[in-house]
Design a protein around this ligand. Structure first.
Ligand code: 5GP
Ligand code: MN
Length: 341
């Protein structure tokens, strides 16, 4: 957003409005943290605000302040549609292409409301009037913090906002260990803790809330489902629907599993394939120079960031894995570059 746009948005938000916040399909910690962080900011300015998600998200995010007001479009499209249609402003958080919100995208596109993207993913589509976009930001939550500052509302930062934004910054940076973590990340985290974010408690709520079956599913993945392809410095997991069922799978149970493949010495590319009702969902992670955003875009109809991306495949699970292995030779040189220690 340039100065003139910042002024326009500041003016727009200076009187009560109907505001809708939407975030991406299968929302994660950053998607929900940024949406509810922004929600808790905007309600202080007397706006009528609704957060709409395209579908459900993991239960370990249900404690976030404002969570009980969120509308799941896949369950309540009838309630959500008029809110989108009548909105004065629609915030699009943690995504930048309407494809990422599936059927909800049609409603957002139809609505006459101006759209404002706050996001840190690469290659944004040009569907929004306003955009606070920075691929260097560790998370969308970091940019929501910046947005509140740009609106001249630093004083409105309260514990509810801080808890939400801390959650997204922590989850999107892998607890502040990914290369996206900068001094700026820590500066903002300091401000959030000062404003009341309960950093230790948030970590417990997100990461120490495993069910026994989730932990056993992880154990099963590690011992039975891991394939290592040394030639390509690549490792991956693939999970069938019946295996998910066996471990009483709940949304979010496989989140983070892909990182275990990337933690193997010498591995610079990790993938995870899981059989879902409609398609095979893929997750990609990398270390060093290998760009998984490009890989996901080219081969699995997806995208994301250079080191963390996802996509999907209409092929069967086995065929998806075969396709994955068959394209690796194209990337052999890149995958064999030494990772800087
Ligand atoms: P995950 O593997 O955790 O689902 O996603 C990793 C990153 O890639 C996230 O930033 C997520 O937003 C992005 N991502 C996941 N799936 C897709 C997809 O199908 N399309 C695009 N464009 N991005 C995705
Ligand atoms: Mn994010």
């Amino acid at each position: 957003m340039n100065q003139a746009q910042i002024k326009e948005v500041t003016t727009l938000l200076s009187t009560p409005k109907n505001i809708v916040i939407v975030t991406h399909w299968s929302p994660d910690g950053d998607a929900m943290g940024s949406s509810l962080g922004l929600y808790n900011y905007l309600i202080q300015k007397k706006h009528k605000v609704t957060v709409i998600t395209p579908n459900d998200y993991p239960a370990f995010l249900n404690w976030l302040p404002g969570n009980n007001k969120v509308i799941d479009f896949s369950l309540k499209a009838k309630v959500a549609k008029p809110l989108v249609a009548k909105a004065d402003l629609i915030f699009c958080l943690d995504f930048n292409s309407l494809k990422r919100i599936n059927d909800l995208g049609t409603e957002v596109e139809k609505s006459k409301a101006p759209k404002l993207i706050i996001d840190h993913h690469l290659q944004p589509d040009g569907f929004a009037k306003y955009m606070l976009h920075n691929v260097e930001a560790c998370s969308t939550c970091e940019l929501v913090f910046d947005f509140i500052h740009l609106m001249g509302d630093d004083k409105k930062l309260n514990k509810n906002i801080a808890d939400c934004l801390y959650t997204g910054m922590m989850t999107d940076t892998g607890s502040f260990r990914f290369p996206s973590t900068t001094y700026r990340t820590h500066e903002i985290v300091a401000a959030l803790i000062k404003a009341g974010a309960d950093n230790s408690e948030i970590h417990n709520r997100i990461y120490d809330d495993n069910t026994e079956s989730r932990l056993r599913l992880l154990g099963f993945c590690l011992s039975e489902k891991l394939t290592v392809l040394k030639e390509y410095n690549t490792a991956f997991f693939s999970l069938r629907a019946d295996e998910l069922k066996r471990f009483n799978y709940k949304k979010g149970d496989t989140e983070g599993v892909v990182n275990y493949a990337l933690s193997i010495e010498g591995i610079c590319f990790a993938a995870f394939f899981v059989e879902r009702d409609d398609a095979v969902k893929t997750s990609f992670r990398s270390k060093g120079t290998f760009d998984v955003n490009l890989f996901a875009r080219k081969n699995f109809n997806g995208g994301g960031h250079a080191h963390a991306a996802g996509g999907q495949s209409d092929l069967s699970l086995d065929e998806s894995v075969i396709k994955f292995i068959s394209v690796l030779p194209e990337y052999k040189k890149e995958l064999n570059k030494k990772i800087k220690k």
